[in-house]
Design a protein. Structure first.
Length: 362
């Protein structure tokens, strides 16, 4: 298939669903598949896939939204940096409404006079820095392996151009380590993973070796409805034959070795470090910090950030939702105090968040 419309063909979808029902009828009473990409979560909701699947096949949303998994202390640090008088703080738009531990947000700070800018690319920050030579432009580096190479390339470009007043507050996250933590959780009964397509374009399939070793079925899937349905069918096939492995459904985007150039750029600038994840605590080697040769572009090296007391929003279940242990309707704040217009937690803020998907599609 060559065109998007073909991946949304209703006749093909109906045939795939019938094959899924036939395969699901011959296996265990309940199969739990966790999708770990926010784009998958929204595609599943948008195309009604969750409701169309057999009753014994459950799709569970995991930590697939980089905005949502950003910890409260990291948000509070961003708010601190954004309030500095000599700082232009730049971020992707999704971060602006995420509340810190005291209910403040980048959007509120901007309304109060802080210079907070929305950028579509970190590369925009180089021009911002040139336009504001007497101020420090701080970009909040957020995202998984999909965005980290672009941030790394921006840092290298700033170094070549000798732009001294640009830095990055790095809160990037790496996907394989958190998946390994989830699969070791005895309270989370997950039979299979629908692995993230966009992340895997960069990492390649080899990054999920520990997932395979855990004995779970796993498929790297695309984002169109036929992609998701075929991925589910492939997962059920692995469970049916008891031959759990990692398969690539999204072959038009993902190769075993990944994007070598993107990985090389990322590894030139960053190195793995421990990172805090909302609801999951500190996970070793799941974040990125600057290598010594690029430390001059680390905002945390340029600014002394004081210790702060951070608290999760009272009553918010984002942490449990990100772990797949709760669904948005389980949260007492969902659709009551927490809505897209006035979000209480990041899962309702982000366009990739599970709560925003449930609010929009269910």
């Amino acid at each position: 298939m060559k065109h998007v419309s073909e991946y949304r063909d209703p006749d093909l979808a109906a045939k795939l669903l019938e094959k899924i029902r036939e395969r699901a009828a011959g296996i265990r009473e309940h199969v739990s598949i966790m999708e770990v990409c926010g784009t998958h979560t929204h595609a599943i909701g948008n195309f009604g896939i969750r409701q169309a699947l057999p009753e014994n096949v459950e799709l569970v949303s995991g930590p697939g939204c980089p905005v949502c998994v950003t910890s409260i202390p990291d948000v509070d640090t961003a708010l601190y940096l954004a309030q500095k008088e000599d700082v232009v703080f730049a971020s992707f738009g999704d971060m602006l409404k995420v509340p810190g531990s005291r209910g403040n947000s980048l959007e509120n700070l901007r309304a109060g006079g802080a210079d907070v800018r929305i950028v579509s690319s970190p590369l925009d920050c180089i021009q911002l820095a040139k336009d504001n030579p007497d101020r420090e432009v701080v970009f909040m580096g957020i995202g998984f392996e999909t965005t980290a190479p672009t941030v790394a390339a921006t840092v290298q470009s700033a170094a070549r151009q000798e732009v001294k007043n640009f830095s990055v507050y790095p809160v990037h996250k790496l996907m394989p380590p958190v998946l390994n933590v989830l699969l070791q959780d005895p309270e989370l009964e997950i039979d299979a993973l629908l692995c993230p397509g966009h992340v895997s374009v960069v990492t390649g399939s080899s990054a999920y070796s520990e997932v395979v070793e855990s004995g779970r079925a796993a498929v790297i899937g695309g984002f169109e409805p036929l992609d998701v349905l075929e991925s589910v069918y492939m997962i059920l096939g692995q469970i049916e034959t008891q031959n759990q492995m990692l398969e690539i459904q999204y072959k038009r985007g993902v190769k075993e070795q990944g994007n070598l150039q993107a990985k090389n750029i990322m590894e030139q600038v960053f190195m793995p470090c421990s990172a805090d994840w909302r609801g999951m605590g500190n996970i070793p080697d799941s974040g990125l910090s600057f290598k010594s040769e690029y430390r001059d572009f680390d905002a945390l090296s340029k600014f002394s950030v004081p210790e702060m007391s951070s608290e999760e929003p009272r009553g918010c279940l984002c942490g449990e939702i990100l772990k797949g242990k709760a669904k948005p309707p389980d949260c007492p704040l969902y659709k009551v105090k927490c809505t897209p217009a006035s979000p209480f937690g990041p899962c309702m803020v982000s366009g990739e968040g599970t709560c925003s998907a449930y609010y929009k599609y269910y």
